[in-house]
Design a protein around this ligand. Structure first.
Ligand code: GDP
Ligand code: MG
Length: 469
């Protein structure tokens, strides 16, 4: 899908959903244009492909902690198989489909709808786990279900997370999913009263989440608390899990405790059953509220991402490029001067020895030819030097930032004069355009606030208000 087709499809999809987002797409187009023109972005690529346009909820967590059971219950349909064995070893992207049955499609199908967040995932996977990129179908699948609960959003169910036997590919996809999501539910299960055994898993999952720039979107869910009834130790179990999480650096997280009504064990003591149910009902309500409102989070996320992309290019990538271009042009001049100096010294020496300059300049033709030859040699040397120095700078950049390295290559193509790299006023113009994009994304956030702020002033909108100030 070309970027143009992508914009068109996105606009189609979003036209009825949210007019603010429709505006936001326009500014993504400008962002793309500026980035493409300066070589930061591949001509076939677009920043709209780097985020999820669907509201996205992902469910991560340990083996058989009840993720799939929870999802089935939310959907009201048994879409996912459940059980104590590792029944599902793929990430399953669940979305609405009008068909009667649950339909399963290969991971490749995710490419078809520009609102899905897995563009280029195979390349990302390939980078961390060579050879696995081409086998993305082994890791991803798409299911369509006819459930109102998932209309207008997508939910990702994940294979059980077991740090010991985890492939890099799965770890990479997991952190990609955390980045993309509007809401992340991380499941643990209370059948393990001693979370110590899960330390590695916690370290990976929680470690990745805790430092996330939007930590508020991550909910930690202790599931299967019905199993604490036997020993009546709910508080102890919650306490030890919270301690384990805080050891991973989680200070004040969104911590919930629930169980599944469909899968729970029989609880003899009625008072206990009542107590557990009350806790569950309370926490489950908060969780499902957040899940239902994920469309709002999504609108803010997409708009914020526009601002972040633009800021990153303007404040980080352009300065890096500018510095690299300057360094390159200075080195080329120095090496040129040294080489030319050596060349002229050699000519002077030869002249002293053999006096051939006089011979060459004896006729107009031979002197013209020899001047041309000299000019050709100088030019040849100069382009060799440009290339040689350029490759070295490029390699260094590539290790730091791929986009900047590509932009450097783009801006040092042979027909660009050296002076363009030295006097890079043109960069300022592009930065101005990005400033415009940033200003527009701020305005769009305000329009979203106008749209979503309820008279009671929900928690979420207050947060977004302060974030953008
Ligand atoms: N006691 C109890 N069992 C549960 C609960 N939720 C799920 N289970 C059971 O735990 C097992 C694993 O559940 P599943 O949803 O497949 O876990 P997943 O691997 O995280 O997707 C299944 O046998 C479920 O019936 C719960 O809240 N309480
Ligand atoms: Mg499962």
């Amino acid at each position: 899908m070309t970027p143009q087709e992508r914009y068109k499809k996105l606009k189609q999809h979003l036209s009825e959903e949210n007019p603010v987002l429709l505006d936001v797409i326009k500014y993504y187009e400008i962002l793309d244009k500026v980035a493409r023109k300066n070589g930061f972005l591949d001509p076939e690529d677009t920043y709209t492909a780097h985020i999820s346009w669907w509201p996205l909820i992902s469910i991560l967590g340990t083996f058989s902690s009840g993720k799939s059971t929870f999802i089935n219950q939310y959907l009201g349909i048994k879409a996912q198989s459940t059980g104590n064995q590792a029944v599902d070893d793929k990430f399953t992207v669940i979305c609405y489909g009008s068909g009667e049955d649950v339909t399963t499609l290969p991971g490749l199908a995710l490419d078809a709808d520009p609102r899905f967040p897995f563009y280029n995932i195979s390349e990302e996977v390939e980078k961390v786990d060579a050879g696995e990129g081409s086998r993305v179908n082994l890791y991803l699948q798409l299911k369509t279900v006819r459930s109102e609960a998932v209309k207008g959003k997508i939910i990702i169910d994940s294979p059980g997370f077991d740090a010991d036997s985890q492939r890099d590919a799965i770890l990479r996809i997991t952190s990609h999913i955390i980045d993309m999501s509007d809401l992340v539910l991380i499941f643990f299960d209370a059948r393990h009263p001693e979370p110590g055994a899960m330390r590695d898993t916690l370290e990976h999952l929680v470690g990745a989440a805790v430092n996330h720039r939007d930590a508020n979107k991550i909910l930690y869910i202790l599931n299967q608390i019905d199993t604490t009834a036997k020993e009546d130790n709910l508080e102890d179990v919650i306490g030890s899990w919270q301690r384990a999480l805080s050891q991973q650096g989680l200070v004040a997280g969104n911590f919930f405790a629930i169980y599944s009504e469909d899968a729970k064990v029989q609880i003899e003591d009625e008072a206990q059953a009542e107590r557990l149910k009350r806790k569950r009902d309370e926490d489950l309500k908060e969780i499902t509220d957040r899940m239902d409102k994920v469309g709002i989070e999504r609108a803010y996320r997409i708009t914020k991402a526009l601002e972040d992309f633009a800021k990153e290019i303007k404040d980080e990538k352009f300065p890096m490029l500018k510095k690299a271009l300057r360094k390159w042009s200075e080195r080329v001049v120095i090496v040129d001067l040294v080489l030319f100096g050596v060349l002229f010294a050699a000519i002077a020496l030869l002249e002293l020895q053999f006096g051939f300059v006089q011979t060459l300049s004896s006729s107009p033709i031979s002197s013209a030819v020899s001047l041309l030859v000299l000019a050709a040699v100088l030019l040849f040397l100069h382009f060799k030097v440009r290339n040689f120095v350029g490759k070295r700078v490029y390699r260094k950049l590539e290790a730091q930032d791929h986009a900047v390295a590509t932009a450097f290559k783009h801006n040092t193509r042979w027909w660009y004069p050296l002076a363009r790299a030295r006097f890079s006023g043109w960069i300022g113009l592009s930065q101005k355009r990005l400033e415009g994009v940033i200003a527009e994304s701020k305005k769009a956030i305000q329009r979203l606030n106008d749209q979503f702020v309820s008279p009671s002033g929900s928690h979420m909108n207050e947060r977004n208000h302060t974030e953008t100030k």
